[in-house]
Design a protein around this ligand. Structure first.
Ligand SMILES: Nc1nc2c(ncn2[C@@H]2O[C@H](COP(=O)(O)OP(=O)(O)OP(=O)(O)O)[C@@H](O)[C@H]2O)c(=O)[nH]1
Ligand SMILES: [Mg+2]
Length: 428
């Protein structure tokens, strides 16, 4: 039997009316509350809610029981009644107790940004891995909130009274959820082992990972560079799985290109962690291509968010190319000029108009070649048939001819050195 847990799947395409709540704290670390609410509104719409109003509050301290102060909770209650809202969505992450208390006071469903992101992830998950990851994250999120979930279910089924469900039933459900969590964890571990084996076999090729905020054009760029048809959509979190493709066309050496899940402000940590495979692609990358949507009004903040998530993942030392995408949408060239000044090594592209892609290819090749190490090969003329094979593995920077042998000065990818030595010895 499937465990009962919080499930906000909308019945008959009904889009529940939602009130959004944003809070500005004095610490001033996050994005401005207005920007963040705009984004939350986009997230809510993507998750098929109908945002009908929003409410903001400046807070010096967070109320431990209800997050907002009592006056604001009352104001929110009035707004819920006035708009006949079915759900209140907080931009900040709420504790299970805060959610419960707020639901009791507001007499409607209360969820937070994390849950909305989980709903979107759940809608967009395609592969068995992504589905398992989202399901696991949803169950972990639901477990401490179980009493509340009965509230949601009762509402969904159009009935009342299920809130009175006996403690025994809740205990039973908790146990089912725990069992399900352990089953899914085992399943994921199995999938990750398989992925690890695949990843090992790719280690000898230069790996480039496309990273960046959600909806900036990572998958579009992937398609432009590989000719693949990765899903591209004008929606948040279109991509949840890391797709890896070998690219040879228009590159002097084959490279592996990985498309990854988009990043976003206030992405819950355990959610990031649950997307292990996509993050492993990032961690193993020799080069990061950080895609930025320069046409987005908040692109600088998006860029900073992506950078800070990458830093948290320990990627400070991985070489990075900044790619400012969607330049076709820029009317005022001042922004572009300023970014060119600030980021002289950055590349400016339009995936839609296929502009600047050669600059990007050159930048990738430049980073690749910077990692090559010198290696010298002494070759007998009778073995000159090996030269084409050598060229496949290395860049020949100089050739000198002697009486019976020739010397090749190579620059070679460290992983290829052993393979080349094997090849030469094999013919010895
Ligand atoms: N105008 C314009 N639109 C672009 C360009 N590149 C991508 N887009 C559009 O931007 C939207 C998002 O593109 P995706 O490639 O799905 O973005 P993503 O970064 O992979 O997004 P997630 O997978 O959701 O993180 C799509 O509607 C694309 O058609 C561009 O150069 N110019
Ligand atoms: Mg994508």
């Amino acid at each position: 039997m499937k465990p009962v847990y919080f499930d906000t799947q909308k019945v008959n395409n009904h889009q529940p009316r939602a009130i959004l709540v944003g809070v500005e704290t004095n610490q001033g670390t996050g994005p401005p509350v207005g920007d963040s609410l705009d984004e939350l509104s986009g997230l809510a719409t993507t998750a098929h809610y109908d945002p009908v109003a929003h409410l903001t509050q400046r807070l010096s301290t967070i109320h431990p029981k209800t997050y907002l102060g009592s006056g604001k909770v009352e104001e929110l209650h009035q707004a819920v009644k006035h708009h006949d809202a079915e759900i209140v969505i907080f931009d900040e992450n709420l504790s299970p107790a805060q959610t419960r208390n707020l639901e009791n006071l507001l007499k409607c469903n209360v969820v937070d940004r994390s849950w909305i992101i989980l709903e979107i992830f759940s809608d967009h998950a395609r592969t068995s891995e992504a589905k398992t990851q989202v399901e696991l994250a949803r169950l972990k999120y639901s477990l401490p909130r179980l009493t509340r979930m009965w509230g949601h279910l009762s509402r969904q089924r159009g009935g009342i009274g299920m809130r009175d469900v006996g403690e025994t039933q809740i205990q039973l459900d908790r146990r089912m959820i725990r069992d399900q969590i352990s089953k899914l964890t085992k399943k994921l571990n199995r999938i990750h082992k398989e992925k690890q084996t695949q990843r090992k076999s790719r280690q000898t090729t230069y790996q480039v990972a496309l990273v960046g905020y959600t909806n900036v054009g990572k998958s579009t760029l992937m398609n432009c560079l590989t000719g693949a048809d990765t899903l591209v959509e004008n929606k948040l979190f279109a991509t949840l799985d890391a797709t890896v493709r070998k690219v040879k066309k228009n590159f002097p050496y084959p490279i592996l290109l990985a498309d990854t899940v988009g990043l976003i402000d206030k992405l819950p940590h355990d959610l990031v962690a649950s997307f292990k495979s996509t993050l492993d692609e990032v961690r193993n990358a020799d080069l990061l291509v950080h895609v930025i949507d320069i046409s987005h009004p908040h692109y600088r903040r998006q860029m900073a968010t992506a950078e800070s998530v990458l830093n948290e993942l320990g990627m400070h030392d991985t070489p990075t190319v900044n790619v400012f995408n969607k330049i076709d949408r820029i009317e005022n060239q001042q922004d572009v000029e300023e970014m060119r000044r600030l980021y002289p090594d950055a590349v400016f592209v339009s995936c839609r108009k296929e502009l600047g892609l050669d600059d990007l290819r050159r930048a990738i090749v430049h980073h690749y070649e910077a990692r090559l190490v010198p290696y010298q090969v002494e070759l007998d003329y009778t073995r000159s048939d090996l030269i084409p094979e050598i060229r496949k593995h290395a860049l020949v920077v100089d050739e000198r001819y002697h009486d019976e042998t020739m010397t090749l000065d190579l620059r070679i990818w460290p992983h290829h050195k052993a393979r080349l030595m094997e090849l030469l010895n094999g013919y010895a």
